[in-house]
Design a protein around this ligand. Structure first.
Ligand SMILES: Nc1ncnc2c1ncn2[C@@H]1O[C@H](COP(=O)(O)OP(=O)(O)OP(=O)(O)O)[C@@H](O)[C@H]1O
Ligand SMILES: [Mg+2]
Length: 274
């Protein structure tokens, strides 16, 4: 894969935030899962969200994507305040996400999983169903073409007629990513897209994420593998105990004693696989 630094053109230096989270809090049964998370996600970049298990990373992604409501704080997409909006409304603004545990529809084929992926479709309108059947036919054809192209890109084309439940763990991760890409998001949140997959596939998924950036997508990814973070992410947000501990480049964070103590120390000591 080409690394992040080879791709940073002067145009990339514009650090306009596409997403801004301010002072987000969320508690479950009185226990703070997120406790003042504040960070920006710059447009057109790959940003990593890292931190120890239980730091609140997935909860933050749930709140941003509308899967969960926060107790306080704000989430802005561009200049729009989307705090506690319904999931479908946020999706319409161009936000997609993947789940830490893949959520494929096991009884459908790989291709069908893409065709029913969440998106704004003309077919959702009753008016279109009754009065514009030709428009729907054309859209259906275009969707199949697009899904097929995506499956080719992600190496799933040969598996297009297999049931999703029959895929391996790594293939399910690819399907999860493909389903998100189907909607052409402007902001794509990935919750541990490489967890539990083999090193060759980690490399491939890293390449796909760099391609997303090349195509203009903004990516926010939760990731524990620091080699991957170092290779592909432009900047890093460290979350610990529900708070933003630090943000910056991984090299800067490695020199930050607080970050090393809260997270990096344990990873560095854990050995070379991270
Ligand atoms: N639906 C829920 N109900 C109750 N507690 C929850 C719920 N979701 C998360 N929590 C708790 O909130 C805290 C943060 O969890 P979260 O899943 O956001 O962490 P994380 O940073 O994603 O961890 P990991 O790296 O293990 O995925 C944890 O203590 C977790 O047990
Ligand atoms: Mg998580």
């Amino acid at each position: 894969m080409t690394t992040r630094d080879e791709m940073n053109s002067p145009v990339d230096q514009v650090n306009e935030p596409i997403l801004r989270c301010q002072d987000i809090t969320k508690s479950f049964l009185g226990v703070n899962a997120v406790n003042g998370a504040t960070f920006d996600v710059p447009k057109g970049k790959i940003t990593a969200l890292i931190g120890p298990n239980g730091a609140g990373k997935t909860t933050v992604v749930n709140i941003i994507s509308g899967a969960m409501k926060c107790d306080s704080g704000t989430v802005h997409m561009g200049s729009t305040d989307v705090t506690n909006w319904e999931r479908y409304k946020i999706a319409r603004l161009g936000l997609m996400r993947t789940f830490q545990l893949s959520r494929e529809l096991g009884g459908l084929t790989v291709l069908e999983n893409l065709l029913v992926a969440p998106k704004v479709q003309a077919g959702e309108s009753l008016f279109n169903i009754f009065f514009r059947p030709r428009l729907l036919k054309r859209e259906e054809r275009q969707n199949i073409e697009r899904a097929t192209e995506i499956l080719r890109t992600y190496g799933l084309y040969e598996l297009r007629d297999s049931l999703a439940r029959e895929l391996s763990g790594g293939q399910k991760k690819l399907l999860e990513i493909s389903r998100g890409v189907m909607a052409s998001p402007s902001l794509f949140l990935l919750d541990e897209p490489m967890a539990g997959v083999n090193p060759a596939l980690i490399e491939r998924i890293g390449g796909y994420i760099l391609d997303m950036k090349r195509q203009g997508m903004t990516v926010l990814m939760i990731e524990h593998n620091l080699n991957v973070v170092e290779k592909i992410c432009d900047n890093v947000i460290v979350l610990a105990e529900g708070r933003t501990l630090a943000t910056g480049r991984l090299s800067e964070l490695r020199a930050n004693p607080e970050v090393v103590q809260a997270y990096l120390g344990e990873i560095i000591n854990a050995g070379p696989h991270n």
